[in-house]
Design a protein around this ligand. Structure first.
Ligand SMILES: Cc1cc2nc3c(=O)[nH]c(=O)nc-3n(C[C@H](O)[C@H](O)[C@H](O)COP(=O)(O)OP(=O)(O)OC[C@H]3O[C@@H](n4cnc5c(N)ncnc54)[C@H](O)[C@@H]3O)c2cc1C
Length: 371
């Protein structure tokens, strides 16, 4: 039997942040997760070679909010680290995101852009960059990632496509903090949930009758699964990951992540983990470890990664959302609960806001302002 005033389903960033804040404010909280580890999608581990591997894909932390940054610094030290990515175009490794100087060099300063109201992902991209650049870096990559033509994807997806100013090459130069937790995300999360009762390998949906939340159940799993898929299944994309150990190679590629926009190559990107490690740890790795990622459409909820950006899934999610909003004793939230891609800092910011609303609802006073 799992019983507490607040039962949190999911030990990822969303569930753990809400659990930590409620616990800090004197509440009776327990966490359950069906995985055999904490940290949800940001789980990482050191493998036998000594390389730090992010099990569910590379996670680059960036943040512009002092409140979020200070909150996380309670649980870990960080080291400064900015992601530098390349795309392999032909035989060349070219910087990604592209920057203005590079585009000017390739097409000149007079960019011929799409005119009129863009209606889909491709048209938004073409309204912001020349066609040649779009085809070199984005079209093939995007169509592999989603398994459909770029013209079938929502224009909202293009928010994530940036063109860097001047000759800047880092992935997220506009954020104040680009950093990684010194001992990895899992250790950071272990410290975040320290002292909170936690049960792993416990699927709430299979054990509902054995769970009592006196005040509120916070559910951070897939919203359609919560409602037993009554309106149909929301679509996600995920990645098949093949790990490769090159025992006798010191360095395989020039940076942490190489993207493959070439439609002939089924892979979408290769990660070389050494590049994101702290120099002291990196020096101890034997050879080098790679993860090759190939996109697919998962059926298993534990492999859900990116919500599918089209109208049909948006409408389906709205049906689930209105049912979720009507529940007074359950809060469904997080990347899977809200069917939404949140960067880590956004997921924490959202969880802080929700925790504040929960405290207001249950009249719990707090000396800390989280948002
Ligand atoms: C491939 C990929 C790469 C990413 N890279 C970056 C990046 O570089 N930088 C960045 O800032 N962000 C990145 N993110 C985003 C980041 O992963 C999310 O912000 C974060 O994981 C959100 O945490 P969450 O708690 O909402 O979800 P999750 O971490 O998925 O946690 C949900 C938890 O709920 C558990 N659960 C679900 N159903 C049940 C159930 N029925 N019973 C019990 N437990 C259950 C799950 O096991 C899981 O542990 C990336 C995301 C993806 C998909």
């Amino acid at each position: 039997m799992i019983k507490a005033d607040f039962v949190i389903v999911g030990a990822g960033l969303t569930g753990s942040t809400i659990a930590r804040i409620l616990t800090d404010n004197g509440q009776d909280v327990v966490i359950v997760d069906r995985k055999d580890h904490i940290a949800g999608n940001i789980y990482d581990y050191k493998d036998e070679s000594g390389a730090m591997i992010h099990k569910y894909g590379p996670h680059y932390f960036r943040c512009g909010s002092e409140k979020i940054w200070n909150f996380l610094n309670r649980f870990t030290e960080f080291y400064n680290w900015s992601a530098l990515l390349k795309s392999k175009v032909g035989n060349e490794y070219l910087s990604w995101p592209v920057n203005e100087d590079y585009i000017n060099k390739i097409v000149g300063e007079d960019w011929n852009l799409f005119k009129g109201e863009p209606l889909n992902f491709e048209e938004v991209c073409l309204s912001r960059m020349p066609k040649q650049i779009y085809e070199m870096f984005i079209k093939g990559y995007t169509e592999k990632q989603w398994g459909v033509k770029a013209t079938e994807l929502s224009k909202d997806l293009a928010v994530r496509i940036t063109i860097n100013k001047g000759n800047v090459n880092t992935l997220t130069p506009h954020h104040k903090w680009n950093a990684l937790p010194r001992y990895g995300y899992t250790e950071m999360m272990r410290s975040m949930v320290n002292g909170i009762p936690l049960t792993l390998q416990y699927d709430y949906l299979r054990n509902k009758e054995a769970v009592i939340a006196n005040k509120l159940l916070v559910f951070t799993g897939p919203v359609d699964e919560f409602f037993n898929y009554k309106h149909g299944k929301l679509k996600y994309r995920g990645q098949n990951r093949r790990i490769e150990h090159l025992e006798n190679t010191e360095q395989h590629q020039p940076c942490i992540q190489v993207n493959y926009p070439n439609p002939e190559d089924p892979r979408i990107r290769t990660i070389e983990w050494k590049h994101l490690m702290h120099p002291d740890d990196k020096a101890k790795v034997k050879g080098t470890m790679l993860t090759h990622e190939t996109p697919f459409t998962p059926e298993n909820a534990n492999q859900y990664e990116y919500p599918f950006p089209d109208k049909q899934n948006k409408e389906l999610y709205e049906q689930y959302k209105s049912e979720a909003d009507a529940l007074s004793d359950v809060l469904i939230c997080g990347r899977l609960g809200e069917y939404r891609y949140y960067d880590m800092d956004q997921a924490i910011g959202r969880a802080m806001k929700l925790a504040t609303e929960i405290m207001e609802k249950f009249e719990i006073s707090s000396s800390v302002e989280y948002v």
